[in-house]
Design a protein around this ligand. Sequence first.
Ligand SMILES: C[S@@+](CC[C@H](N)C(=O)[O-])C[C@H]1O[C@@H](n2cnc3c(N)ncnc32)[C@H](O)[C@@H]1O
Length: 291
Amino acid sequence: MGTVLDVLACPVCSGRMIIKEKSLVCEAGHSYDIASSGYVNLLPPGRKNNAVTGDRRDLVRARSRFLGTGLYDVLSDAAAELVLHALSGKDPVFADFGCGEGYHTCRIAEAVRDGLGAVAAVGIDASKYAAEAGAKRAARAGFPSFAGSGDCGLGFVAGNFFTPPVADGSLSCVVSMFAPVAYGACLRTLRPDGSLAVLFPGPDHLIELREAIYPEVKRAERSLDPPQGFRKAEIFEKKYKAHLSGADALSDLLGMTPFGCRAPEEARKRALDSGLGSVTVDVTAVLLIRE
Ligand SMILES: C[S@@+](CC[C@H](N)C(=O)[O-])C[C@H]1O[C@@H](n2cnc3c(N)ncnc32)[C@H](O)[C@@H]1O
């Protein structure tokens, strides 16, 4: 079975990686430190020291607090259902592209480990703050990271999912939750029988919050037309009311949601002052299989 190290590829030369002391090193000698928190920065060179394109630290923290309330657990359960379906009878190796701070990634990896007896998974996010939080979470959940043996490992790296530091054809499944879908990168990194599990907002997702922010709200399409190379295998909806336990939950939800943190200050204040007690969660889950 594939391991976490079998999945990773050098962002400079695409070479295989090994662990050497406290670094990941490729065959050509490019070396990447394993941070004390356990994550590795595999952002393409030249980007590493620039402002990260991924989520800011405050956003990552808001998401972590909000997800910790359990209000989105239904969504990781839905993703885990798709991933388990995708991995059935296959090598249980998956990556989460745009994993955020790893809450869902860890829950999916736990479901795979418990259901199939083994897992090798990698969380990839452009935000080093997110990758760092993911690595700490995985350690707390008892997952070995890059040194994981053949049957259990979960590593987090800072990386760009459009050019992921992942070996060609190494994955049985890619997960993409609430993030742009990098179809080209998925086709390159998936095995010929691999699948892509996508979760994206439905038309009524957080509608109450969006109505509090925008004078006019655009409703998203529920459909997803797979590009060439994929066929749709499963699709279902998750729609429910999430009861916010107080002002903090509302403020964290606003702080972690792309439209919330981009909203002008005045609109954010309006949304916070609205005192919303609950919001609609409306999400579409789709499994696409390579053909
Ligand atoms: C809306 S968040 C979703 C996070 C997580 N999947 C979840 O559902 O909790 C989108 C994530 O994608 C990351 N992201 C955005 N562009 C990226 C890129 N080009 N490569 C890797 N990650 C990216 C952001 O840093 C952010 O953590």
